[in-house]
Structure formats: structure tokens, C-alpha cells
Design a protein around this ligand. Structure first.
Ligand code: SF4
Ligand code: SF4
Length: 246
């Protein structure tokens, strides 16, 4: 049995949010822990994973949740530095701000567009019908493009995972969105944690999913094992592996 609680504040959401959080189920299943931007991070693939769940009445032996924090934490803050919407909080997220980038053509935006459309004058309606927004909604409804997961930044820059080192390191090393203000915010987060100040994302309820033991170098250990595996394969003339396990 998994102890589940709905974490969604329904006032923040008008659509596209389920009742079962697969991120939290993933943590309970021992796949990883939640990062600074509250994506689930797995040691093998960082936040670049999709999860799903199967509901069953079978009695199964559960895996243990990781107690070590997979996210490097405030001293990394690369997700915060990259976020175009300033949505990354201290092990939390401003969902409204994130949605402006990640759900540019999502269901809520469609509703807002048509609420304005109904009240618009004829000439304005004609302009709206020819707008980029309407094309975006069509793409979103047809191919899901832009309706969710439209912003890849916090996923792309996270250095956790073999796949980052195999495929993303060179392209994502520099973060163009990084500003002195974002760097200062990451440092302020670090200081608050070091001082033991109350942090909502790490309170007694939430720390369960972040990793109650804190960060203890799991990313470095994972990377070391990955590099050794790559070396062994190159010595035997085998193709280098592109992520995951050997
Ligand atoms: S998906 Fe984009 S907007 Fe949302 S938190 Fe990540 S970087 Fe920020
Ligand atoms: S980018 Fe850094 S701070 Fe953000 S989730 Fe990944 S490891 Fe954690």
C-alpha cells in the first residue's frame, strides 16, 4: 500500500491535471526523488523520464523509496538558472508561471482565447481567427504540440543522469537564460537551507519525496560508474553506451 495524498491545489488548475501523481508514485517505487523544480529525478536519466502507473488489486512486494536526495540541490540550481518563467522555487514550482511556457497552447489557454473570442467585435474575431494562437491550438489538439511539456529547459540542463553526460553535456553546458539575479536566488536558497530556516518544499511532509537524508553524492557515483563502463567498452572495441545501465 502506498500512502497517497492529493497534492494539487485545484484553484491553480483548470485542466490537464490528474488525481494520481505519478511523480510521487515513482518516488515511492524507488525510482528517484523530486528535484529543486519538483520533477522526479532518476539516477540514470535525471528528469528526462515519462512515468505511468498500473492500478491493481494484486498483493505485490513493494520496492523501497530512496532516502538519499538525487538532486544535487541549491549548489547546482541549473534548472532555476534556465527557467524562462522564473517558476522554479525552493523544491517547489510556481505552476501558473511554468504553464506560460510549458502549456503555451494548453486547454486553459484555449478556453481563455474563446472567452475573449465570444465577446470580440467582428473585425477582431477575424484577426483572432488568423492569429498564431489559433494555429497553435490546432497543432496542440491534433498533435499535443504546445499543450503540455512545451518547455524543455529544466529537463535539458539537469546534469543528473548518464544520458546528460552521453548526449547533452556539450550542448547544455552554457545556460543562456542565466542571470545574476537567478544566481543570487540559488545562493539565497542554499544559505536558507544551511541555516536550517523553514522551507515549505522541505517541510516534514514534503521531505519524504525530496530525500530525507539529503544529497550524498549519488550523481558523482553514478557518473563514475558510467565513465568506467564506457572505458571498459572502448577497451574491448564495443560501441559506447548511450545512457542507462551497462
Ligand atoms: S518547464 Fe520550463 S517554465 Fe516550467 S519550470 Fe521547467 S524551465 Fe521553467
Ligand atoms: S538542475 Fe540541479 S538543482 Fe535542478 S533538479 Fe537537476 S540537479 Fe537538482
Amino acid at each position: 500500500m502506498l500512502p497517497l495524498r492529493q497534492e494539487t491545489d485545484w484553484n491553480y488548475k483548470r485542466a490537464s491535471y490528474g488525481r494520481l501523481s505519478t511523480r510521487h508514485l515513482g518516488v515511492e517505487a524507488g525510482l528517484g526523488t523530486l528535484g529543486l523544480e519538483v520533477n522526479i529525478l532518476t539516477p540514470e536519466f535525471g528528469p528526462r523520464v515519462y512515468l505511468t502507473g498500473i492500478l491493481t488489486e494484486l498483493e505485490l512486494e513493494p520496492d523501497r523509496a530512496l532516502t538519499e536526495q538525487v538532486c544535487i540541490g541549491e549548489s547546482c540550481s541549473r534548472c532555476l538558472h534556465s527557467c524562462p518563467a522564473d517558476a522554479v522555487l525552493h523544491f517547489g514550482i510556481d505552476k501558473r508561471a511554468c504553464a506560460t511556457e510549458a502549456q503555451e497552447f494548453g486547454f486553459s489557454t484555449i478556453l481563455q482565447f474563446f472567452e475573449r473570442f465570444i465577446d470580440a467585435a467582428r473585425e477582431q474575431k477575424m484577426q483572432m481567427a488568423r492569429s498564431r494562437d489559433l494555429f497553435g491550438f490546432w497543432q496542440g489538439l491534433l498533435r499535443v504540440v504546445g499543450s503540455f511539456g512545451d518547455c524543455p529547459r529544466c529537463l535539458a540542463v539537469c546534469p543528473v543522469g548518464n544520458d546528460y553526460h552521453a548526449h547533452l553535456l556539450d550542448a547544455q553546458r552554457e545556460i543562456p537564460e542565466k542571470t545574476p539575479e537567478k544566481v543570487a536566488l540559488g545562493k539565497a536558497f542554499k544559505e536558507r537551507r544551511a541555516k536550517g530556516e523553514g522551507i515549505a518544499g522541505l517541510d516534514a511532509w514534503n521531505v519524504r519525496w525530496v530525500g530525507p537524508d539529503g544529497y550524498r553524492g549519488i550523481v558523482a557515483r553514478q557518473l563514475q560508474a558510467f565513465m568506467q563502463a564506457q572505458k571498459r567498452r572502448s577497451e574491448t572495441g564495443a560501441e559506447p553506451i548511450s545512457g542507462g545501465s551497462e
